[in-house]
Ligand binder design. Sequence first.
Ligand code: F6R
Ligand code: MG
Ligand code: MG
Length: 381
Amino acid sequence: MRITLSVIKADIGGFVGHSGVHPEVLEKVKEIGLAEVEKGNLIDCQVLVCGDDIALVMTHQHGVDSELVHGIAWKAFEEGTKISKKLKLYGAGQDLLSDTFSGNVKGMGPGVAEMEFEERPSEPVIVFFADKTAPSAWSLPLYEMFADPMVCAGLVIDPKMHDGFTFEVLDTYTGKAVKLSTPAELYDLLALIGSVERYAVKSVWRNSDGEIAAVASTQRLSLIAGKYVGKDDPVMIVRAQSGFPAVGEILEPFARPWIVEGWMRGSHNGPIMPVSFKQATPTRFDGPPRVIAAGYQIAQGKLIGPRDLFDDPAFDRAREQAQTIADILRRQGIFEPHRLPSEEMEYTTLPKILKKLEGRFYDLEEGKKAPTGEEHHTETD
Ligand code: F6R
Ligand code: MG
Ligand code: MG
């Protein structure tokens, strides 16, 4: 049976501030999705929450980029937005950048990760969902899952994985993509994806038979809207077991936190913290960035699950380490490298400040006079 798994997410209003989702909004989004299951348009539908974002996890047979399925997500988010507006939730409807749906949610605000495959005799998948960060946050763990044998033992041990995986990398500035096959082109891959502000892994394919292994959302809201409208809080789907990394190999990169862009005002570097569904409520300095992992078995397209995979003491140390990193970075206050370089900040007052001070900058070279009122700075030496 060929099925498509579509995960479409949006921030349609925060409760409170940007820290969480209101239960009534979630209920409405879920209700719209389930009505489409009743109608037979979807095989199954669930909702996930991470921070102030809601994801619809949908299975169906309409393929990727389906107008019907994207339309369902759009309608669910529109209806949820009505509740957000009624309750005056924060940033109600912030990720719906258009008043009308035009066939595909891509470029309209919501983030999308979807893949079509032949359902295997047993089909374990993991849906990752992060808040207060950007799609390039997935690049490091995807590299470790699919190209680093020190993290994923199966690359060496499982004959089906031994030929490696191909990474499709998106240049978020130009919209162009390139495919790089690992292990042969590993260093080329790392040369690109190490530049997290520009490149992000879009999908991963198994070399031995071209099967799809992973897909990430790569929409950059700031590039779509041309102004700050929130971070791009990404989702990702990864297939597990029998020729793909084991569930534990997929989760292993998250056992050591790393530093991602996002956090407060989308303008800071911070540790990504793997958390249970219940703990996915970023509050300290609007963070630190969170990630949840929802495990499903898919059976005839039905979503069996989710299992809350980071709800495990084995990830306690990662959470503790993330807190330590957070303390160290917070010590920097507004100074880089905690604060992002000005061109990477989601919103900045720097141009306005520079404009205001325009006439007050003077040359420190000898003999050149400062503007009126500032003479003492140059005349004394
Ligand atoms: C970051 C985020 C928050 C907000 C911050 C300020 O992705 O959502 O950290 O940027 O709370 O929000 P505004 O500007 O809406 O007051
Ligand atoms: Mg928000
Ligand atoms: Mg968010």
